[in-house]
Design a protein around this ligand. Structure first.
Ligand SMILES: CC(=O)SCCNC(=O)CCNC(=O)[C@H](O)C(C)(C)COP(=O)(O)OP(=O)(O)OC[C@H]1O[C@@H](n2cnc3c(N)ncnc32)[C@H](O)[C@@H]1OP(=O)(O)O
Ligand SMILES: CC(=O)C(=O)O
Length: 561
């Protein structure tokens, strides 16, 4: 079996050759500033500290921490900023007209954060100078020049974010270039071309960046794109091809409106793709890249957001091989359907079971579940057929690893006998409680047989502490796991952590598919599913599978040995 081509890592090349050919590309993270401008995102100071440390460990060159003075969180964060190897950067705007840079109170707060680097946003589109600032074009150039000179005079590394640069260049190229010149005259170390509204296409970004690089050969150019045409990453690479040497972006593409260029997509391409790895060196060492998926997921968890499974490189499905043809080839040689090795970014290959699967997927999934079957076992064919038939009825085994394992065990006669459900009942009631509040509450009764003994458990849906209604599925779940006799000790620590409902099919043919995610105290998680025309029944199937999977995976022996 061949393996993925190794990236052109610094250690993989003779030192002299690498130094001679590779140019430095600088990575500038603005998750803590532009990322904070995402609707629904609100970092605490502690969140910011954790993210800054993680970015530093990854090898990011500049960490933009926020706008000191703009809100208490950002001010507190800069006051408690962690020590970083990366250049810690405060963000602000150029001074207002009619006062000196030293007397501008907004700029003073930014400067007083005491960071080594400061990035100021300023206008480079003539329309914005007149419409948004209401000052003359000359006044704006003076504000840029003086603000940057003020920073440089204080010994800070000054960066200039040229807001609306691409739109400005299209409308009035001479003025857009004048804005950059003003920043360079003030002493800017970097001028960053911003596609603030995110509407510039990658080819235009490439052409305009090349034109700027030709007109201002002395300038160190950066690129800052937004994702409003879903091309922020492509625009970033177009700028790099044309001469930009600093990339601004965010983790998971957080950012104003549709987000910024996603560093979780950009960094792996820079490190793993020979086109970039051979030409450029970044601060991210290839071995550090293996932390990327964890960083991406941790950020989502911190923000209570569902990770995007289809995110390139770091998504849970980025290396999922569902189709039978793909899975069959992948098992022979992973490079047949993978552009890079999943481990390079800390991800893992998944070969799910579904109606697109063939024997190769099936073998792989059985292996993962610890079920040994000979490749020519005739039961594999019938199991595959059963999966496909059930998927046609609405089951989705590629999303429910544990239910697939139980189905396979039942089919192969490998399922321990733990308990049998005799019946269950749920009732939902709307009533006044003892305090005279109008509440909804459900009650559930589950009857099971364990080792020949009939056990009846009842539960209600009101949370025992808050007395809030948690719904009929919760009542059912509590009743099912309340007393399973000798199995009880093995299921005490399981919790339902996610519950998803989908309608499969249309009209009278429609059925409800329920997906349940469970976790236990050891941090194991597993997904089960149920399908029925009745949502409660579909939920009960998924609940029963969740308990059975927990017992199977804990290696508990059933009554059949
Ligand atoms: C493209 C970007 O994403 S840049 C980053 C944008 N980020 C943010 O705006 C988040 C943080 N911002 C804030 O907390 C506030 O806007 C503050 C504290 C900076 C300013 O608050 P306020 O003084 O109340 O002003 P307000 O937000 O209403 O309006 C912005 C002001 O800045 C002025 N301004 C905007 N850009 C610039 C600039 N580059 N240079 C100088 N002044 C500017 C505007 O003209 C406006 O002034 P006006 O009210 O006199 O017309
Ligand atoms: C500076 C910035 O965030 C922008 O222009 O989009």
């Amino acid at each position: 079996m061949t393996t993925h081509t190794a990236p052109a890592a610094p250690s993989a090349q003779p030192k002299e050759a690498a130094a001679a050919v590779r140019e430095r590309l600088w990575l500038y993270d603005t998750t803590l500033r532009d990322g904070q401008q995402t609707q629904g995102v609100d970092f605490s100071v502690d969140d910011k500290i954790r993210i800054a440390r993680a970015l530093d460990a990854l090898g990011i060159d500049f960490i933009e921490g926020g706008w000191p003075g703009a809100n208490p969180t950002d001010s507190d964060f800069f006051a408690q900023a962690p020590a970083t190897r990366a250049r810690f950067t405060a963000f602000g705007m150029t001074k207002r007209a009619g006062r000196s840079a030293a007397n501008d109170e907004v700029l003073a707060e930014v400067v007083n954060a005491g960071t080594q680097a400061v990035c100021l946003v300023g206008k480079s589109h003539d329309f914005h100078v007149e419409a948004a600032l209401g000052i003359t074009l000359e006044e704006n150039l003076g504000n840029i020049r003086e603000s940057i000179a003020h920073l440089a005079g204080l010994g800070r590394e000054a960066l200039f974010d040229a807001e609306h640069f691409f739109d400005g260049y299209k409308a009035n190229p001479a003025y857009a270039l004048e804005a950059l010149r003003a920043a360079l005259e003030g002493g800017a170390g970097w001028v960053v071309l911003c596609d603030t509204n995110g509407g510039t296409l990658p080819a235009e970004i490439g052409e305009i960046t090349a034109a700027v690089a030709a007109r201002l050969p002395e300038a160190r150019l950066g690129i800052h794109t937004h994702n409003d045409t879903e091309q922020a990453v492509a625009g970033t690479f177009a700028a790099v091809e044309a001469g930009a040497r600093q990339i601004q972006g965010t983790l998971n593409g957080l950012g104003e409106r549709c987000g910024n260029a996603n560093l979780c997509s950009i960094i792996p391409s820079l490190v793993l793709k020979p086109r970039y790895a051979e030409r450029f060196e970044t601060g991210v060492a290839p071995e550090k890249l293996a932390d990327l998926r964890r960083l991406s997921v941790t950020l989502d968890e911190m923000l209570n957001r569902q990770p995007d499974p289809h995110a390139p490189y770091v998504g849970a499905a980025a290396f999922a091989h569902k189709a039978g043809l793909h899975a069959s080839a992948i098992l022979k040689d992973p490079t047949t359907y993978e552009h890079v090795a999943p481990e390079a970014v800390g991800n893992a290959r998944v070969v799910p079971m579904s109606n697109q699967a063939g024997r190769a997927n099936l073998m792989r999934r059985l292996e993962e579940a610890g079920i040994a079957v000979e490749r020519d076992d005739p039961r594999l064919g019938t199991l595959l057929m059963e999966v496909k038939t059930r998927e046609d009825q609405g089951f989705a085994y590629d999303q429910a690893d544990a239910s697939f394992e139980l189905l396979a065990r039942r089919h192969l006669g490998l399922m321990p006998r733990f308990f049998e459900v005799d019946r269950y009942r749920v009732s939902v009631e709307r009533r006044f409680d003892a305090q005279g509040r109008w509440v909804t509450a459900s009650e559930a009764v589950v009857v099971v047989h364990v080792d020949g003994e009939r056990m009846i458990s009842a539960s209600e849906s009101l949370d025992p502490v808050s007395r809030e209604d948690q719904g009929p599925v919760n009542a059912l779940s509590r009743a099912l796991i309340k007393d399973l006799g000798r199995y009880q000790e093995h299921i005490e620590d399981m919790r339902l952590v996610d519950f998803k409902v989908r309608i499969h099919g249309q009209g009278t043919e429609a059925v409800t598919r329920v997906l349940l995610e469970s976790r236990d105290a050891a941090g194991r998680h597993w997904t089960t599913l149920g399908v029925s025309a009745n949502i409660v029944d579909a939920s009960f199937q998924a609940l029963e599978d969740a308990v059975l999977a927990k017992l199977v995976r804990a290696g508990v022996r059933g009554s059949n040995g």
